[in-house]
Design a protein around this ligand. Sequence first.
Ligand code: FMN
Ligand code: SF4
Ligand code: SF4
Length: 273
Amino acid sequence: MHIEKVWALYYSATGTTELAARTVAGEMAARLGVPLEAIPFTLPAQREKTYTFCKTDLVVAATPVYAGKIPNKILPDFQTKLAGNGAVAVPIVLFGNRSYDNGLAELCAVLKNSGFLLAGAGAFVARHAFTDELGTGRPDENDQAEMRAFADKIADKAAALQAAPAPMQVPGDPDAPYYVPKGMDGLPAKFLKAKPKTDPAACTACGLCARVCPMGSIDPGDFSLVSGVCIKCQACVRGCPQKAKYFDDPAFLSHVEMLKTHFRDAKKNEIFL
Ligand SMILES: Cc1cc2nc3c(=O)[nH]c(=O)nc-3n(C[C@H](O)[C@H](O)[C@H](O)COP(=O)(O)O)c2cc1C
Ligand code: SF4
Ligand code: SF4
């Protein structure tokens, strides 16, 4: 296939998915000697318009896994805002050292339904947005080297394709239910309604948290107020320069403790060609 441009399209609340998408797509563009363009798909305004591709495009489409699948509030935009028109896509998921469960299978299915041809896919380990103690520092240098090696293989495969690539198998079931988070007691941890708190002594009212919230849920008139839905993405917590945002919901904290207790062993990246 004749590729004229590589795209890095990513939903990324705390930056690891962006790093992976840019690493993979950047390497592909360099390998093929074609331009690279990034499409951040994180903020509400970025997910409003439709992105239309064509047969000479190679699109790295990336998302983190939330509760074992594509983040449920972002899924409708992945389903309706991307038009493949026969472009080659490379689905990528990032996961925080527990499991990507059905997230990669779901992303593959969504992209196929939107008219993309899939040339390869990857699930990469990242620091867990909830805690630096899981997947610490990842994707690190070794992970990024694996991403570049993966990108080279796919770039070569895409360039050599004479027809649609053969169907690709990835683990998981796109229609499986979401993972149910557990607490330290092993029972479901119910923190769907939890929202971040703000330390008034630390907050300087800079407004950054409101600007980075993927749900547009932080009140621009009062940055301590979360007036819309909170998906627990941690963009505001990690983005606040004063470290003024935090979660104190007991069920949420118990889930994080459970993850730290049971999912410490470093997981491996997985690639599919
Ligand atoms: C709400 C939420 C749910 C998550 N669920 C999972 C999960 O089921 N399995 C897992 O391994 N990591 C899970 N993670 C970790 C993210 O997949 C990981 O931190 C990813 O790097 C976040 O991407 P980002 O840095 O682009 O925001 C979850 C993170 C969040 C915020
Ligand atoms: S980013 Fe932090 S300091 Fe800035 S308004 Fe939000 S909570 Fe306050
Ligand atoms: S308020 Fe919730 S959804 Fe918005 S950035 Fe913070 S954690 Fe994410």
